[in-house]
Design a protein around this ligand. Structure first.
Ligand SMILES: Nc1ncnc2c1ncn2[C@@H]1O[C@H](COP(=O)(O)OP(=O)(O)OP(=O)(O)O)[C@@H](O)[C@H]1O
Length: 366
């Protein structure tokens, strides 16, 4: 029933089969949950459905794809249905209806045994409250998923040590979770999720309980790991800056439904409605617009030997190289090929648009 504004921008792995395909997923809590989907009631808003049936629509007709290697963020205010969605995707909660394909296989209808196998080998979750086993050492916590899979002691410890090192916790193998800070415990959670080498990582507000500085460190850690490992990730958050920092694409939810899916640039540049506009109104486009999106051919009178910057560099980060010389920056793709050029006037235009938008917002008193 909803028709969210879908991004026209292609994720970097577009063209490949989606790793995850969610279609028409509903989750309704309450005794009369079964009497809503497929009836006229389904068209009504959440409050009307609750008044008429007592049931709560937590996830409403959600459909989206996540591509291999993509970090897909689901964002929305408290109560918008994010946690229920991600729990339905792993069937920690049973969806009321809909499909959730993982590499073409429907997780929503597979047998309990197959579901256990999928959870052990293909998808790992990282939760806000770590979920570590308090009496086990860190190395045993990280090796737990491999132990359940029957991997030999030597092999699982070797893998666990590698993962502990990868998340920057080498030397803490023999500690217990309670001896570590919150940020360190969440690193253990990450190492544990990665140890089984899953195809998909699902993060349910993993950093919400951490203080802001640690939270920023953990976000950078996820970005670094994603650059190295290219896992497919679904990341739930209610924090816009976290969403913009981590997401290749972001889905915005409201009252259980999808409002807009897009890249950070799409959301900030073309919000689908007032709800999204309100979220992004204070975001400077220089922090989300990329050099790749501004790249244009060189002009005849321009130097073409300016500094090279990768296409995904945000505009704010090319101000310094532009200030150091007069030549535009050369924007390069993954293979190092030059995609185009961005000069001072291109960046100034973005800054001027940001200022005009800020002035409009102030005048409108929003
Ligand atoms: N077990 C449950 N029984 C009844 N209603 C529920 C249940 N779990 C969640 N809900 C309701 O479903 C809606 C969506 O909740 P959900 O926790 O998924 O939202 P959220 O966006 O993750 O919020 P938060 O960020 O606060 O965790 C809310 O109205 C909530 O009250």
């Amino acid at each position: 029933m909803n028709s969210p504004a879908e991004s026209t921008a292609q994720p970097h792995s577009a063209g490949t089969e989606p790793r995850i395909s969610v279609r028409n997923l509903w989750k309704i809590f309450g005794k009369h949950a079964g009497s809503v989907v497929g009836t006229g009631l389904a068209e009504e808003d959440r409050e009307t459905i609750r008044k008429r049936t007592g049931a709560t629509v937590a996830v409403r007709d959600m459909s989206f794809d996540v591509h291999p290697g993509e970090t897909f963020v689901v964002m929305g205010l408290s109560g918008s249905g994010k946690s229920t969605l991600v729990r339905c995707m792993t069937r920690l909660i049973e969806p009321t209806s809909g499909t959730m394909l993982l590499d073409g296989e429907d997780v929503a209808t597979c047998t309990p045994q197959r579901l256990r196998e999928l959870r052990r080998s293909k998808m790992s979750m990282v939760f806000q409250h770590f979920g570590l086993l308090p009496h086990r050492r860190i190395i045993d916590n990280v090796a737990y998923g491999l132990e359940v899979r029957g991997v030999s002691r030597a092999e699982r410890y070797a893998r666990a040590r590698e993962m502990i090192e990868m998340v920057g916790l080498a030397g803490n193998e023999d500690s217990r979770p309670g001896q570590l800070s919150g940020g360190m415990q969440q690193r253990v959670g990450l190492a544990r999720a990665l140890a089984v080498d899953p195809e998909v990582l699902l993060f349910d507000e993993p950093f919400s309980a951490l203080d802001p500085l640690i939270r920023r460190d953990m976000q950078s850690e996820v970005l670094r790991l994603q650059r190295e490992l290219h896992k497919t990730a679904v990341f739930i958050t209610h924090d816009l800056s976290e969403a913009l920092k981590l997401g290749d694409r972001i889905a915005i939810m409201r009252d259980g439904a999808l409002v807009q899916i897009g890249t950070p640039e799409d959301l900030v540049g073309n919000p689908a409605d007032d709800y999204v506009r309100d979220f992004v109104k204070d975001v400077s486009r220089t922090t989300v617009l990329t050099a790749g999106s501004l790249a244009r051919p060189a002009r005849p009178d321009e130097d073409t030997d300016g500094p090279a910057v990768p296409a995904e560099t945000v505009v704010g980060e090319i101000v310094a190289p532009l200030a150091d010389g007069t030549a535009p920056v050369r924007v390069t793709g993954y293979d190092g090929a030059v995609l185009g050029y961005v000069g001072r006037e291109d960046v100034l235009r973005v800054i001027a648009e940001d200022s005009a938008r800020a002035a409009d917002t102030a005048t409108a008193g929003v």
